[in-house]
Design a protein around this ligand. Structure first.
Ligand code: CTP
Length: 221
């Protein structure tokens, strides 16, 4: 699947929305900024970029092919379509792990509203892609509030990733910020602290660390 050039890069960014009824949903504060910065950094290197985005309020990198999604299911279907031709998948999207068991067709009225919500799991898209990985490079993200390295390592192994970018999130750090700091862990044991700095710079440094140009050239020989 690897080829000399251009590298085909699939990036996911932003949150998903899991609807309770037509006007209410479960989501998270992901701004999409980190995923966008990665897509832009990849474009700047001459890579071909497919960008799958959840609902975000940012102007999108114009040179990317854009696929807009709302739910984790839609993200999953789009990924299945776009994954086969890609060389590298960067999963920066903050995907909801659960969705309401039932989406009501009409707005639920206050007096009849359920007080408890039954949730069912959404597909773990990154895990599914890892089962058909081949020679592709897989990069996961993990937003953690504690035990960053331990959680990152577990996800790296469970999802058979080449790299995981772990970042701390909390009340005033992470999701909406223009800056980021990540611990990048490689399946070969590499550990690299990137940042703190602007997400645009963190994205460039992260792509440098993947060393993809060298890997692709070697494989194409
Ligand atoms: N991910 C995914 N599908 C999901 C949940 C997560 O593809 N349903 C991806 C994310 O895009 C990210 C990686 O898996 O690249 C890790 O996501 P995270 O939410 O941190 O991990 P989980 O596997 O959901 O683990 P936990 O909830 O225990 O933190």
């Amino acid at each position: 699947m690897m080829k000399a050039s251009p590298i085909r890069c699939l990036v996911t960014a932003g949150p998903t929305r899991e609807y309770i009824d037509p006007v209410r949903f479960i989501s998270n504060p992901s701004s999409g900024k980190m995923g966008y910065a990665l897509a832009q950094a990849a474009i700047d290197r001459g890579w071909t970029v497919d960008l799958i985005i959840g609902p975000v309020a940012l102007p999108c990198p114009t040179a990317a092919s854009l696929y807009e999604i709302e739910t984790a299911e839609q993200l999953n279907q789009t990924l299945h379509d776009l994954f086969p031709p890609c060389d590298v998948l960067i999963m920066a999207a903050a995907v909801s792990d659960f969705k309401p068991a039932k989406k009501l067709p009409c707005k639920e009225k206050k007096l009849e509203a359920r007080r408890t919500l039954e949730l069912v799991p959404t597909p773990d898209s990154l895990l599914e892609m890892s089962l058909q990985k081949g020679s592709r490079i897989l990069v996961g993200f993990a937003a953690e509030t504690e035990n960053l390295e331990e959680h990152g390592l577990r996800k790296l192994q469970e999802k058979d990733l080449d790299w995981i970018a772990v970042n701390k999130v909390g009340a005033d750090i992470g999701f909406q910020s223009d800056d980021n700091e990540i611990l990048l862990i490689g399946s070969d044991g590499t550990r690299l602290l990137i940042g703190p700095g602007a997400k645009t710079k963190v994205a460039r440094d992260l792509l440098d660390a993947l060393n993809l140009e060298t890997i692709c050239n070697t494989l194409s020989k």
